[in-house]
Design a protein around this ligand. Structure first.
Ligand code: AMP
Ligand code: MG
Length: 521
């Protein structure tokens, strides 16, 4: 059952920061950096994060990219950002996209953050191979971070080489583009540029830099890092910055920091419900990979579930299934408890009272998640908005065991279900062996008057199929960008069924075997 919350991961708010047990009071090393080089003509980058939160920002520069070559560019996103695509394709544009040419006045920084990784707290993670180039201002005045991944070692690199390979960066490009097209809040990939450097992984691979755009890169881990410094003023400034950029309505709350916590709980509950509805398995839901904005971030070992099974895990290192498909809501709630914990001093002077307040705010997660997930399932099954929960919820709940025992492909089932709404149940009947429970379910469902056209607007035909993603990335690594380009093209319009694209809609052939993804990106 994917609606329930197994109590495998306790989410209560504790006092992890009490008595300085994990207090991390080291200051970031002072780093001297050469002045920024050539100005880019069309781009103005703000530095609000670096100005307002200098304690979390280490001035830093990208490594050289000896032979930059554009591999992918989201022209639609570029236009949205007011960036000239011809310029981006030229030498200065490629310089910007690899961080080697930054506009005058930009203050490029590596950001500090902590994180619970698979449940264990790492006090100092930070951008080990990434840089915030600065913020772009949209026409609406909203800021968007322009950020690079794979741009060289920083003071947070620890043992890492600071680099990224072509395959994983294109993977983020493909999957985040698909998520955006599916209407799911996400960081975006503006471009992927091959650097001409070699990257040593299990084999030697071509290196690349991803230019990522996000409404910000503030994470649960950013708040945890700040809290661990013990600097209350910094924590307050960070919270104010987050409120201002993402949850401005909280500013007018009687208790704005509680408003912030509630808002993040709410956006994350809705985000995870959307993941569940499309069968997205994030794979590495560490607290450093959870944003305050409610955007999906960090496309490492993520993948889309095919046969419905709540225990679905793809990541090679997730041995305990902590981040399995069906656990995602529980883990999100656990992560939000860590956020609440880090915010405690801002919630009340009395720690006891602050814990009460935080616990109550966290209680909002289950309500918000259940409402969002139930609504998503209502829409997937084409049922009317006013349908009572005590009819809808049991009906939807009965579908899960049918899908699970039949190893039914999540995406194709819901798309084919609209044919059943139109009167032809054979496509979905062909997906299960045990027809009795399905027929019984279909009969009761059809009596509620499902709207087939509405279903086709919310059930995608095309999601990034694991075997196609792998095939396309292998081709790109070997120098052929065609398959990635075609895949991205298909995924940009996930709800429009197009003749000739059947191969993009089908699950992996049996000989693809079980799919494993790797974090060693
Ligand atoms: P991730 O698994 O991508 O969320 O990364 C977790 C942490 O490891 C972050 O602090 C990253 O900056 C850092 N990291 C991952 N890969 C590298 C690398 N190749 N070089 C330096 N730091 C890295
Ligand atoms: Mg990360």
């Amino acid at each position: 059952m994917i609606r329930t919350f197994p109590n495998r991961y306790l989410t209560h708010v504790g006092t992890a920061y009490g008595g300085g047990a994990v207090g991390h009071r080291r200051t970031l090393e002072e780093v001297s950096v050469a002045p920024s080089p050539v100005p880019g003509p069309t781009v103005r980058l703000g530095h609000r994060f670096a100005d307002e939160l200098p304690e979390l920002a280490v001035p830093w520069q990208a490594a050289e990219a000896p032979e930059p070559r554009l591999l992918a560019l989201d022209e639609e996103l570029a236009a949205e950002l007011g960036l000239d695509t011809d310029w981006l394709r030229g030498p200065d544009g490629l310089g910007l996209l690899t961080g080697t040419v930054v506009p005058e006045g930009a203050r490029t920084v590596a950001q500090a953050y902590s994180g619970h990784q698979f449940g264990g707290f790492s006090p100092r993670l930070g951008d080990g191979r990434a840089l915030l180039l600065g913020e772009l201002s949209g026409p609406d005045g909203d800021l968007r971070d322009l950020h690079l991944k794979g741009s060289g070692r920083t003071p947070f690199a620890r043992g890492g080489d600071g680099l990224a390979a072509v395959g994983p960066m294109l993977r983020e490009h493909v999957v985040s583009t698909a998520m955006h097209a599916l209407g799911i809040p996400t960081t975006r990939s503006l471009a992927v540029v091959a650097t001409g450097r070699k990257v040593q992984r299990e084999t030697v691979l071509p290196g690349a830099v991803l230019a990522r755009v996000a409404s910000s890169h503030l994470r649960v881990g950013t708040v945890q890092y700040t809290r661990a410094t013990g600097e209350l003023d910094l924590l307050r400034r960070l919270a104010d910055h987050a409120i201002d950029r993402h949850h401005p309505a909280a500013r007018d709350d009687e208790a704005p920091y509680l408003g912030l916590l509630r808002s993040v709980v709410d956006v994350q509950a809705r985000l995870v419900a959307q993941w569940m509805a499309v069968g997205f398995v994030h794979g590495v839901m560490n607290t450093d990979n959870m944003t305050l904005s409610g955007e999906t971030i960090d496309y490492g070992p993520c993948a889309f579930m095919e046969a419905f099974d709540p225990t679905t895990v793809f990541s090679s290192i997730d041995e305990g299934g902590r981040y399995a498909y069906g656990n995602q809501p529980v883990v999100a709630e656990w992560n939000l408890a860590r956020l609440a914990e880090a915010l405690l001093p801002l919630l009340d002077e009395s720690e006891e009272r602050a814990i009460e307040i935080a616990t109550e705010a966290l209680g909002g997660f289950r309500t918000a998640y259940s409402a969002a997930f139930t609504d998503a399932m209502r829409r997937k099954t084409g049922l009317p908005p006013g349908l009572a929960d005590d009819v809808l919820v049991p009906l939807v709940d009965e579908l899960f065991p049918i899908l699970r025992s039949g190893h039914v492909d999540w995406t194709t089932f819901f798309r084919a279900l609209s044919s059943a709404a139109r009167g032809d149940a054979e496509p979905v009947r062909g997906m299960v062996l045990d027809l009795r429970p399905l027929d019984d379910w279909l009969e009761r469902w059809r009596a509620l008057g499902p709207d087939a056209d509405a279903m086709d607007r919310v059930n995608p035909v095309y999601v990034p199929r694991n075997h196609l993603v792998e095939e396309a990335l292998d081709a790109a690594t070997a120098g052929d960008l065609g398959p990635v380009e075609r895949l991205v093209d298909v995924l940009r319009a996930p709800y429009d069924e197009r003749p000739g694209l059947e191969a993009y809609a089908a699950p992996a052939p049996p000989d693809f075997g079980s799919y494993t993804t790797y974090c060693g990106t």
